[in-house]
Design a protein around this ligand. Sequence first.
Ligand code: MN
Length: 254
Amino acid sequence: MTILITNDDGIHAAGLLALYSALRQLGTVTAIAPERPRSACGHAITLHKPLRLRPLQMPDGQTGYATNGTPADCVALGVSDHVGGIPDLVVSGINLGPNLGVDMTYSGTVAAAMEAAICGIPSFAISVASHEKAEFGPAADFACYLADEIAEHGLRKASFLNVNVPPVPCGEIEGVSVTRQGRMRYSNRIEKRTDPRGGVYYWLTGERVDHSRQPGGDADAIAGRRVSVTPVRLDLTDEDLLEELSAWGLDWSG
Ligand code: MN
């Protein structure tokens, strides 16, 4: 199996190295990741400046690459004929911190998996659901397991998987749940502060409003110490609203 891995925490992140070491058991793994942390950059791509690839040595002596680009850039570069060509699988992570609910739309980790889906390559994003506890072992093992399952079953085109792993040791994980994107979102997003010179500035922050008891939701699985696997599709059309909107009878010709 040929596997391209990337992330949004940067090429030196422990989560990427854990993923790299684990997936090496399955085949040829190429790591291409941002040279610096790019968390919450979403699906940004670089259109107006050169992209550079800097080779570096991975722990096993193989060559990996740092880029000045975003996670989505890493996938675009990695699958191009100039670099690796089309791999069998793209895996993004292991992210330090959950990607639940609306996090999916902000996440560079998830965007990289989405970019792979756009390129027609099976992919998944994988995150450990804690910012503090860097317990990457279980997530790395699960990534291997899921890569095997995807090789066996295949993934439908224009879809990918978003995986969150509870931040607990292997023996304390209660299983796997196939989930839907939950309703976790943020409240009180902007803090207003004053700098030492009296100037006002703002800091984007916010508390998680965690609807973790939403049955079948991604956060519900994590609360139950289960691995959450959410199928995601590129098509963002709201089917219900499509019908409702059609009934508006919109008619305008300028
Ligand atoms: Mn991140």
